[in-house]
Ligand binder design. Sequence first.
Ligand code: ZN
Length: 366
Amino acid sequence: MTIQRAYKYRFYPNNEQARLLAHTFGCVRFAFNNALAFSKEQYEQGNKTYLADWSKQLTALKKQSEFSWLKSVSSVALQQSLSHLDKAFKSFFESGFGYPRFKSKRNKQSACFMANAFKWDADKQALTLAKMKSPLNIKWSRPFHGTPSSCYVSKTPTGKYFISILVEEEVAALPNLNKSVGVDVGIKSLAVCSDGLVFKNPKSTKKYERKLAKAQRKLSKKTKGSNNFNKQRIIVAKIHEKIANCRVDFTHKMTTKLINENQVICTESLRVKNMVKNKKLAKAISDANFGEIVRQLEYKAAWYGRTVSKIDQWFPSSKLCACCGAVYQGKWSLAIREWRCDCGSVNDRDLNAANNIHIEGLRLAA
Ligand SMILES: [Zn+2]
């Protein structure tokens, strides 16, 4: 089947390109924040607004002389930032989690270019963004084949530039397997599987988290805006970057292994709404990156001919005895790591949950 795969590379802009990118990021941020403010303002007056309304409003703004600077960057990139806001709203309404926030200059900067906003010369391996005179100096760390359909350009708070190139590719389904698995995405471990496989949270993350806490304490003692403050801010951002990279790497290894080894992967659809009410858990959730794990499982399953079966979010996977089906009768709490059922089965919280997810997931998939 034909799939879309993203290839990410580091690149090194020249001064002129860096200037244009900074300007583009600024305009993209402005378009996003402006549309978000507009939609909030309209909402307070009782009007719901949508992508088409934001787009019209942006076009009107561009015609005003005081906002004419918006015209000097790729209009496609501006339009894309409105689409991102649209997606952010949709995901908020679906999950009840993560109301869109205003973009800040301090965070990662990005802009998206569709095929009509860049030129790709396959012979010369040269990619030139709209309004730029010369191609980007990209470090081609691995090859890609096919025609790029869009590019996502970003700059990290530590000043590194990356480009993600989305390419259409052919992938073949993997041979069918006779094995299925239930996966309990957890907090103590990243995931526990019904076949006994446990994915521990990567140790490196712990190490960097300690470093991060230390660096953040140091930052809090510096005078805001001073040179030392800014230096320390970059140190903090670099540690954040390390943690994020570790996490992405680890999540990919885990989901690839699960997809390679199982025909059906059963998992929970996540109880995000519930769990975020508990503050302590909120951090653990973002760390464990639940949503990302399910997202990767789903797209990889689609690529390789596997099935992901998601059980209902209210299914009591922890409280059921996977052995006999009885429900735990006492007061339930997160502190319970193990419990004994009347049938005699001693249930490890996570493994029991994975078994229940497996049974229920297979029932739903049948
Ligand atoms: Zn039992």
